[in-house]
Design a protein around this ligand. Structure first.
Ligand SMILES: Cc1cc2nc3c(=O)[nH]c(=O)nc-3n(C[C@H](O)[C@H](O)[C@H](O)COP(=O)(O)O)c2cc1C
Ligand SMILES: CC(C)CC(=O)C(=O)O
Length: 358
């Protein structure tokens, strides 16, 4: 037996090559890709070489047949929060049914110009027990992910976009006309979904003045904006009475060269001025990363790909292990800096760590 063939992963990065070995190239590349030259993607992890929830990532059954249900069970046992993607391969009701009292579920939204389709998703999320809506604001269109273009990325059979009943039509009549040359149909495809198609279907004209009042009209759930990177946008979020903001560069998958979130976090927290909660993701790979984000003012930290790696390697147990490793590493960081509780983690703690630009 090769010496490491059966070695148990001992840190989150150990899961990455194990997941890569198990997945078809097209699926691996879709999960792994950043935009263009992937500079921001690389910078995310570099900048972090500096409490723990699961970010929304689409199409999880490609990683493991138990998909979002396995992630849900893992998060429920770990006792944190899971944010479910609009583009889940499991219906939102089924995902939350796997949970328990010790965890929280939020629903991530991509809004459509055809608002009744979005309103219906929101009503279902509310009825099922989701406690917040996370509006992703960094994806008016999809980033240039070159591996996906080269691989002809599509959602393999038999998986489908399970939050949309078959034959859901999500384009308005004018969008349908504009896309007629490009798309054969605006019915949410059961299979062979490509991400560019999906982004053609979202509303790329959202503004502060239109999106937030519309959401407030249709729901009483707290609204979180995901994809905030500047102090100015944090200030606007306060002015528009948003409940929380989420510092994210979408794992480096949208605008390449945008800065790493750990470098943007301090300014955004300043802009929020204690008026709303700030969360952070993109590049979190160790408990020290979590510690640094908390020290800079994040209230919670989310992981995207590490959960997909754990899911790929060992389903629910793999996701639980990834979360457990991060938690243990965070506790070590706290003990070594004299923090008895998460509330003790404050900016001064960072004087003991390397600056994020090393
Ligand atoms: C494969 C993949 C799919 C994603 N799908 C979504 C999505 O459906 N909605 C969304 O808001 N963000 C999506 N994201 C972004 C994640 O929510 C999160 O911001 C990011 O993955 C965090 O960075 P990390 O992967 O470095 O931990 C996706 C990310 C990946 C890698
Ligand atoms: C289907 C995509 C729009 C999901 C997404 O946000 C992503 O791939 O980054």
């Amino acid at each position: 037996m090769a010496p490491n063939a059966m070695a148990k992963p001992t840190c989150v990065n150990d899961y990455e090559p194990l997941a890569k070995d198990r997945l078809p190239k097209m699926v691996w590349d879709y999960y792994a890709a950043g935009a263009n030259d992937m500079l921001t993607l690389q910078d995310n992890t570099r900048a972090f070489l500096n409490p723990i929830c699961v970010a929304p990532s689409a199409l999880q059954k490609m990683a493991h047949p138990d998909g979002e249900e396995a992630v849900s069970r893992a998060v429920a046992k770990f006792g944190s929060a899971m944010v479910l993607s609009t583009y889940s391969t499991t219906p939102l009701e089924t995902v939350i049914a796997q949970g328990g009292p010790d965890c929280s579920y939020w629903f991530q939204l991509y809004l459509y110009q055809n608002r009744p389709v979005s309103a219906d998703l929101i009503r279902r999320a509310e009825a099922a027990g989701y406690r917040a809506l996370v509006l992703t604001v960094d994806t008016p269109m999809i980033g240039r992910r070159l591996p996906d273009a080269r691989n002809g990325f599509h959602l393999p059979k038999p998986w489908r976009l399970a939050n949309f009943p078959p034959e859901t039509r999500i384009l308005t009549a004018s969008q349908r006309a504009a896309l007629a040359a490009k798309a054969t149909s605006d019915v949410v495809p059961g299979t062979r979904v490509i991400t560019e198609d999906l982004s053609n279907r979202t509303d790329s004209t959202l503004t502060w003045k239109t999106a937030i009042p519309w959401l407030r009209q249709v729901t009483n759930l707290p609204i979180v904006l995901k994809g905030i990177l500047t102090r100015a946008d944090a200030e606007l979020a306060v002015a528009h009475d948003v409940d929380a903001i989420w510092v994210s560069n979408h794992a480096g998958r949208q605008l390449d060269t945008v800065q790493a979130t750990i470098d943007a976090l301090r300014d955004v927290v300043d802009g929020a001025a204690g008026q709303l909660e700030v969360y952070c993701d993109s590049g979190v790979r160790t408990g020290v990363d979590v510690f640094r984000a908390l020290a800079l003012g994040a209230r919670a930290v989310f992981i995207g790909r590490p959960a997909l790696w754990g899911l790929t390697v060992d389903g629910e147990a793999g996701v639980r292990d990834v979360l457990g490793i991060l938690q243990e590493e965070l506790e070590t960081s706290m003990a070594l800096t004299g923090c008895a509780s998460v509330a003790d983690i404050e900016p001064q703690c960072l004087t003991m760590t390397l600056p994020s630009n090393l």
